[in-house]
Design a protein around this ligand. Structure first.
Ligand code: HEM
Length: 406
């Protein structure tokens, strides 16, 4: 079961993913039990989900790390990138096969189950530029444009390579990250990193329910599901140009660090908070609807003739009706780094969006949220941003993205 890497072509799965790039819990019908998660928890591992699985759940813990390569000439950058990707590929395979405790004596993971460890690697636009491979860079692999509402800190943006490690346990995640970074220390400098989490299955009254973010909203209801015909065209990339074939059937991930202004948010009344998003806080139903999975009625008016879902509500602007079908697979994680020097919560959403082309996915929706005056903008601050190509792993290639280097 060398399933650490997603990617098996037939299923159209995405590269270098173990234990789940795609969350089964992230579908519209969240009231249904999630057999993948139950099976995984019962078995102490990801069941068949170590194959990249278009149906494995979003992990409870994740750590996303962006690194830059230390070399400064194109040929040296390319050589380093190859060496790092090859090393990560092999070490990740080892972690999956036998776990960190059998590779590192005295590892912190002794006594722990595999916990659905999943490792995903990505390549940033800066890497191709620095390695002299601009002619191999698909247009989709470009930093999102600047938005008026951005408050980005350059130190929290970009990166030549991404390491995305997920698992059901934070010790498993953190130890794998340190191990993999340690193996490439001579070639890399960490640019930014952010650990994220969701509520644990053990604490959830209903582990199959869509999780909540730190604002208290049920987040992840409307997402393409692997069973839908639109899933592959929206989430997986299609490249027919031979120069970009290395990314055919891969995916592009946009990562945003979005701080939540939680004190201001919780100063609002419950009704005000519900109108900001356009959904109820207790059960996630769209305003005017009955259940989480109901379609929002955007034309409904109240007794005063006002829209039930306000004109600037997040779901009205983000919904596919106003973005003409732009969709992506959203996987959000909470982050909580305690309080900053002003005593404000340094917490928010580690937002990841996976799509075949960010120009028609993330960027199209974010433009609408930005220009359309999303009511949520008053309570969030985009502080970090990056995009990475996540190539497919092909059985006949020795490491992920191999085609780019040959
Ligand atoms: C829907 C919260 C940022 C795109 C939602 C929902 C919530 C939510 C609670 C409704 C439930 C659901 O369908 O998941 C947030 C928060 C954000 C944030 C707290 C920032 C901290 C973003 C960003 C994007 C985005 C940056 C993309 C650029 C969407 C989309 C939907 C959605 C496409 C589904 C809309 C629909 O079709 O009904 N978000 N969101 N969100 N959000 Fe966000």
């Amino acid at each position: 079961r060398r399933g650490l890497f997603a990617g098996a072509g037939a299923a159209g799965a995405v590269g270098l993913v173990a234990g789940g790039l795609f969350g089964a819990g992230a579908t519209r019908n969240s009231s249904e039990p999630d057999p993948a998660r139950e099976l995984m928890l019962a078995a102490g591992g990801p069941a068949e989900g170590l194959v990249p699985a278009l149906g494995t759940p979003t992990p409870a813990h994740v750590h996303v790390v962006a690194v830059d390569l230390t070399a400064d000439t194109p040929s040296a950058v390319a050589a380093q990138a190859r060496a790092v990707l090859e090393e990560w590929h092999d070490r990740a395979g080892e972690l999956h096969e036998s776990g960190l405790a059998s590779v590192v004596e005295g590892a912190p993971t002794q006594g722990l189950r595999p916990a659905s460890l999943g490792i995903t690697l990505g390549l940033g636009p800066s890497l191709l530029e620095r390695a002299g491979l601009e002619d191999r860079r698909p247009e989709a692999l470009a930093d999102p444009p600047a938005f008026d509402t951005d408050r980005l800190d350059p130190a929290l943006c970009g990166g030549d390579l991404m390491l995305h490690v997920g698992a059901e346990d934070p010790v498993v995640v953190g130890s794998a990250v340190r191990h993999l970074l340690g193996r490439v220390r001579e070639h890399t400098r960490v640019r930014w990193s952010l650990p994220g989490f969701q509520r644990s299955a053990a604490a959830a009254e209903d582990p199959s329910a869509t999780p909540r973010n730190l604002m208290g909203q049920i987040d992840g209801t409307v997402n393409p599901s692997p069973g839908e015909a639109v899933f592959s065209p929206q989430v997986l990339a299609s490249h027919t140009d031979p120069a970009q074939a290395w990314m055919d059937s891969g995916t592009y991930v946009v990562v945003r660090r979005i701080r939540m202004l939680l004190d201001d948010w919780f100063d609002l009344s419950k009704g005000e908070r519900e109108r900001v998003v356009g959904r109820r806080l207790d059960d996630g139903a769209p305003l005017g609807g009955d259940r989480e999975e109901d379609l929002p009625d955007l034309s409904a008016r109240d007794a005063d003739g006002e829209p039930v879902i306000p004109a600037d509500a997040h779901i009205r602007l983000a919904g596919s009706e106003s973005t003409m079908g732009a969709r992506m697979l959203r996987r959000g994680f909470n982050y909580d780094l305690g309080l900053d020097a002003d005593g404000e919560p340094d917490a928010g959403l580690l937002f990841t969006a996976w799509q075949g082309d960010p120009n028609t996915g993330f960027t199209a929706v974010q433009r609408r949220l930005d220009e359309g005056g999303d009511a949520l903008n008053r309570y969030v601050r985009h502080e970090g941003s990056a995009v990475f190509a996540v190539p497919p792993l092909r059985d006949d290639e020795p490491f992920v993205s191999y085609g780019l280097w040959t």
